[in-house]
Design a binder for this molecule. Structure first.
Ligand code: PGA
Length: 260
């Protein structure tokens, strides 16, 4: 397919590494060193590394003063208290985390997180000055039934209903079709663009100013090959990368696929 370069060169794309539950101190250090070497000089995009909680201190140590940002993969919806095993937004701030993934389907399915729960976490991140990366997306069954927009719309409407459309200003949404995560089967650029437009229109209907200040990423089997086409769409502001972020060479190629 012809790849139209419709993206705006003035706003750098954002590429987020989601390491999920991978890594150890030694491997992380090696991977970060490789990232930094491969990405030195003119950064083609903004790069964020979302790591398991215990490695936030390591990221702060390795990445402070570099062009890379770091973040976590979840937060508690409460400020503090008797919530054994939970980690608060304030704790992430102690390690200078800037971003936090909210509502990833691997969590929401395994731990039965409701849209309301996810909405509260989203606002908790904002209240503490963290940039939430809200994951939305449909299952394969829902896509086949043609209800993907209804499903994603409901995920967004929960936040709009509870906190208003303005909540989306200066945040990130990652469109992550569940059928594309970890399967090697990414959404096509057309499918992603259609959903990204729907997401922006939905937010714009609630608050048009917020919709302009929202970035929408694509996630689900992004690799160096499909990144070129995906990241050149003006509707796609960046990528959330799982598996390929664990391989420095592939991750760097994905970052370099972003238009300068
Ligand atoms: P994947 O994961 O790149 O391995 O498909 C993406 C994600 O879950 O964020």
């Amino acid at each position: 397919m012809h790849t139209p370069d419709t993206s705006s060169p003035s706003t750098p794309k954002i590429v987020v590494a989601n390491w999920k539950m991978h890594g150890n101190l030694q491997r992380n250090q090696h991977l970060i060193q490789q990232y930094l070497q491969g990405l030195q000089g003119d950064m083609p995009c903004e790069v964020v590394v979302c790591v398991p909680y215990p490695y936030l201190a390591q990221m702060q140590h390795l990445l402070a003063g570099t062009a890379l940002h770091w973040g976590a993969q979840n937060i508690a919806k409460f400020e503090q208290g008797a919530y054994t095993g939970e980690v608060s937004a304030e704790m992430l701030c102690d390690f200078a985390a800037r971003y936090v993934i909210i509502g990833h389907s691997e969590r929401s399915t395994a731990y039965c997180e409701s849209d309301e729960n996810i909405a509260e976490k989203f606002m908790m991140a904002k209240r503490h000055g963290l940039i939430p990366i809200l994951c939305v997306g449909e299952t394969l069954l829902e896509r086949e039934a043609g209800v993907m927009e209804r499903v994603v719309g409901k995920q967004l409407e929960t936040i709009i209903r509870l906190f208003g459309g303005e909540a989306f200003a200066d945040t990130l949404i990652s469109y992550e079709p569940i059928w594309a995560i970890g399967t090697g089967l990414a959404a096509s650029a057309e499918q992603a663009v259609a959903m990204h437009s729907f997401i922006r229109d939905t937010v714009a209907a609630a608050d048009s100013a917020a919709a302009k200040r929202l970035k929408i990423l694509y996630g689900g089997s992004v690799n160096p090959q499909n990144a070129i086409q995906l990241l050149h769409q003006k509707e796609i502001d960046g990528a959330l990368v799982g598996r390929c972020s664990l391989d420095a060479e592939q991750f760097i190629k994905i970052c370099q696929a972003a238009p300068c």
